[in-house]
Design a protein around this ligand. Structure first.
Ligand code: URA
Length: 234
């Protein structure tokens, strides 16, 4: 949001008076005096002060990235484990919903929001958002097995019980038991079922990114609000 628009929303001032306080150098953004009303403000993360007092506008919906640890369930009706929302300290946490669940034993990037339309866009199969998974396999795959799997995954494979092949995906190996898989869809237990198709078993699974959103800067179990640009990509 533009700074001048932010100021008139966050204060009772008219646009004209908001311009005056800007030009008078009374506004700081992240500790820097800003006089340019066209400056873009990230309402979730930028710190805007007027004469030292914090300003904010009603944010409406919340958009959160959680670094999910192993052992947490992505459900509202937990059976045997704590639930992911136990890790998120925001008001009315129960109104958050999850976009693209992870298994209890999977770690990594999980998006949550109370904006239903946005959640729908994140998970919509039509949007083909790339999700990058890092996989540890139980059984080593030699070069020939790797090349075979890469080719099959590039063309799409028919998983047991499905009527349609998986969408073309990108598989690569760092060694015989470590692979990266980039999927643009989210079928039930997709990564584990794809590796089972090749007679293997996933022993560790980590989702490193969703679209351009990565876990950089987060420790396992921590969360943060998304930036406006991150929200807007979906
Ligand atoms: N695929 C799986 O098999 N499990 C997950 O948690 C995510 C993708």
């Amino acid at each position: 949001m533009r700074l001048d628009k932010f100021l008139s929303k966050a204060t009772e001032l008219s646009r004209k008076d908001a311009k005056k306080i800007l030009h008078a150098g009374e506004i700081t953004v992240n500790d820097e005096v800003v006089k340019d009303g066209s400056r873009h403000i990230d309402i979730a993360n930028d710190d805007v002060l007027w004469a030292g007092e914090p300003l904010s506008v009603a944010e409406g919906s919340r958009y959160i990235l959680l670094y999910k640890p192993d052992g947490f369930e992505c459900t509202l009706r937990p059976k045997d484990h704590p639930i992911v929302t136990d890790l998120i300290a925001v008001p009315e946490v129960a109104s958050l919903r999850i976009a693209g669940r992870l298994d209890v034993d999977t770690t990594g990037a999980l998006l949550l929001s109370d904006d239903g339309a946005w959640l729908h866009r994140v998970t919509s199969p039509k949007r083909h958002q790339p999700k990058r998974y890092e996989i540890t396999l139980a059984d080593p795959m030699d070069e020939a097995a790797q090349a075979h799997a890469i080719k099959q995954v590039t063309n799409g494979i028919l998983l047991e019980g499905d009527l349609e092949k998986t969408r073309p995906a990108e598989l690569s190996f760092t060694d015989e038991t470590h692979a990266t898989l980039i999927l643009t869809e989210g079928k039930y237990h997709q990564v584990k079922r794809m590796m089972a198709y090749f007679g293997n078993k996933v022993i560790e699974l980590h989702r490193a990114s969703i679209g351009s959103i990565t876990l950089d800067g987060l420790e396992m179990g921590e969360c943060r609000f998304l930036s406006e640009a991150e929200i807007a990509q979906f």
